[in-house]
Design a protein around this ligand. Structure first.
Ligand SMILES: [Zn+2]
Length: 481
């Protein structure tokens, strides 16, 4: 159960820093490939290996993706921004500094809106800045190896305001950011592979206080569920600390999902320890207003707006609209299916049950679903026209999923169409009445409830294919005789 800090008169203050790896084909300051899975140190050159005298050249596509994301996050886009050197020593950072942006990042203040706990929330985005990734060290007994393929991979760091108060809200914010990045196609949002990394800042304070408590950072949490659990744990730990009269130490911690607790990684350096200064190798980044407007006009409809449209124009419940718009491909699939049948709610129901269940079970993405949106729509139209019942449709759907078939040919081949021929249904009704003389007698002596029993028997004998309205009509008639 979620820990409620409010119960103790405390509230949590939560902010997130999300590092998104941008999906450009080459690195941020050189022409090496960003391809994941290349051999060790295959994608390196003097620039990203940090050799003396090598000069960085900014990749324009990186700037475009940053502007695109900034616009989607309602950020102010700076006409001129600067790169700075952030000094620190790591073996996998050969230059001895990371090229980042400091006081004038490309994206200034903005905000993101999303739904959390059934309500619309707005969280401020303080800034979003560009930086290069570092290399990766691996440790093997008494020696270590360094792979610089990742050195120079473009990252966009999106920093939220300290606006969140619960773990669930913070996880929903992270999900919203991931959704937007994926809609924009600027980041694949894969937390497990590290193309989206979340650092969480948490502090607690007495309710009603306006000063912030001592902030603890939890680094590199690789799932939304763990973000939530790590924050819950941390709120609990810090509240206990304060209640016991101890001081919360300013530090960086890591979350261990197996033990469901956080532990100290290192004491936090203050920001000025990095000794930022403008990078003399790089020119200021100037973006023209026309270019920004061009990018703005190319933005796709984003998840929240799309969900609102599904509710307003297609009368979908909020719940359905939120689920269907989480992934752009899923929302596209839904739109094509509902256009093909003209029944949005039925399309939504089928997608949220049969389609999603089959995708989960087979580990397939919606883009590769064996049942196309058009065929699903066509099948729903056949239910609505009374050609097949909803129950038989499940059989048709399974056959479509297994063989990539068309609903009409499957219905024809397997003889699944509803029986609407009065003579044929009449014969089944006669058989049922003849086979159940005692129930017939009870019904005729006043046990009206048995009507349902007869309907059930007729449906069973027709293998679910008799048209239900016709069954009702003929049964009433014959029972009166
Ligand atoms: Zn390079």
């Amino acid at each position: 159960m979620a820990y409620e800090a409010e119960n103790e008169g405390f509230e949590a203050v939560i902010g997130l820093e999300i590092h998104a790896q941008l999906l450009t084909r080459s690195k941020i300051f050189c022409r090496d490939s960003t391809h994941f899975g290349a051999g060790d140190n295959e994608n390196i050159c003097p620039v990203c290996a940090g050799l003396p005298g090598a000069l960085p050249v900014l990749n324009e596509r990186v700037v475009e993706y940053a502007v695109k994301t900034g616009l989607a996050l309602n950020c102010e886009i700076r006409r001129q921004s600067f790169f700075a050197r952030k000094q620190y020593f790591y073996p996998d950072l050969p230059k001895g500094y990371q090229i980042s942006q400091h006081d004038l990042p490309i994206c200034g203040p903005g905000y993101v809106e999303f739904v959390s706990g059934g309500a619309k929330r707005r969280v401020s985005v303080t800034r979003a800045h560009l930086e290069e990734d570092a290399g990766k060290s691996t440790h093997h007994g008494d020696y270590s190896l360094i792979n610089l393929n990742r050195s120079g991979i473009p990252l966009l760091e999106i920093v939220s305001g300290p606006d969140m108060r619960t773990a669930a809200e913070a996880a929903d914010y992270a999900r919203a950011i991931r959704g937007i990045l994926r809609y924009l196609d600027v980041c694949d949002g894969n937390l497990e592979e590290g193309s989206l990394r979340c650092d969480v800042n948490v502090s607690v304070r007495h309710c009603g206080e306006s000063a912030l408590g001592t902030k603890v950072e939890i680094k590199n949490i690789n799932s939304f569920r763990f973000i939530e659990k790590a924050i819950e744990y941390e709120i609990h730990r810090q509240t206990d600390c304060v209640l016991n009269g101890e001081r919360v130490a300013q530090e960086t911690r890591l979350y261990d999902p197996d033990k469901n607790r956080t532990f100290t990684m290192r004491a936090k350096e203050d920001a000025h320890d990095y000794r930022y200064f403008p990078d003399p190798d790089l020119l200021p980044v100037t973006v023209e207003k026309d270019w920004v407007e061009e990018i703005r006009s190319s933005l796709p409809e984003l998840p929240l707006a799309r969900a609102a449209r599904f509710v307003a124009e297609l009368q979908l419940p909020e719940y359905d609209a939120t689920i269907l718009t989480q992934e752009r491909a899923l929302a596209d699939y839904f739109e094509r299916a509902q256009e093909a049948c003209g029944n949005p709610k039925a399309a939504s129901n089928w997608i949220m049950t049969e389609v999603m269940r089959n995708l989960n079970e087979s580990g397939t993405s919606i883009a590769r679903a064996p049942v196309t949106a058009e065929r699903l729509g066509k099948m729903i139209a056949l239910i609505d026209k009374g050609v097949i019942s909803g129950k038989i449709a499940k059989t048709v759907f399974s056959a479509m999923w297994a063989d990539r078939g068309d609903p009409e040919s499957i219905i024809a081949e397997k003889g699944l169409a509803q029986v609407t021929d009065a003579a044929a249904v009449g014969r089944i009704v006669d058989d049922v009445l003849a086979a159940n003389p005692s129930q017939l007698e009870s019904y005729r002596s006043g046990k009206d409830k048995l009507f349902g029993f007869f309907v059930g028997q007729v449906m069973k004998l027709s293998k679910g294919q008799a048209n239900p309205e016709l069954v009702n009509e003929l049964l009433r008639k014959k029972l009166r005789e």
